[in-house]
Design a protein around this ligand. Structure first.
Ligand code: FEO
Length: 164
């Protein structure tokens, strides 16, 4: 069954949103490199790679449904952040926004009785729990660390060890 034009449009936008997320995380990684937080820079860079994979999942799904892929422009990403906490807070807000977009697509797929799309989107619903959870973890830890440089450096080390 051909996908509805409305859902197709949201998925095309989501390819852009995921690639834009990759760009945002890469900008955060660059900012952390410049502040010598190499562990957090590594974490952000790995996240950027995951976002490209998310974009490609939507891309492949469109192709599999016989829809035409369109690639929308992506915005310039910031490469300046005040601190690791500032970057993680921006990342957390961004992830919450992405969760909302996934839910909006899911709602549409449900109203259209598009079971294939609901099945595909289930993966993203679960993935967003992890994405928000990991980011919240670092926001909480960095808030707790406050101005304690040693504690922030320990968190940086921990971030560098997280495996994807
Ligand atoms: Fe693709 Fe971080 O959500």
């Amino acid at each position: 069954m051909k996908m509805s034009k409305d859902l197709e449009k949201l998925i095309i936008e989501q390819i852009r949103n995921e690639l834009e997320s990759a760009y945002i995380y890469l900008g955060m990684s660059a900012a952390m490199e410049s502040m010598a937080f190499s562990g957090i820079a590594k974490w952000m860079r790995r996240q950027a790679k995951e976002e490209v994979e998310h974009g490609m999942k939507f891309y492949d799904y469109l192709v599999s449904r016989g829809s035409k892929v369109e690639l929308l422009p992506i915005a310039q990403a910031a490469t300046d952040y005040k601190s690791p906490l500032n970057a993680f807070e921006v990342a957390l807000n961004h992830e919450k926004k992405v969760t909302g977009l996934i839910h909006k697509m899911y709602d549409l797929a449900v109203s259209l009785k598009d079971y294939e799309s609901q099945n595909m989107l289930n993966w993203f619903v679960t993935e967003q729990i992890e994405e928000e959870g990991q980011t919240q973890h670092f926001v909480d830890r960095l808030k707790f660390a406050g101005d304690d440089a040693c504690a922030v450096l320990r968190i940086d080390k921990e971030a560098g060890k997280v495996e994807g």
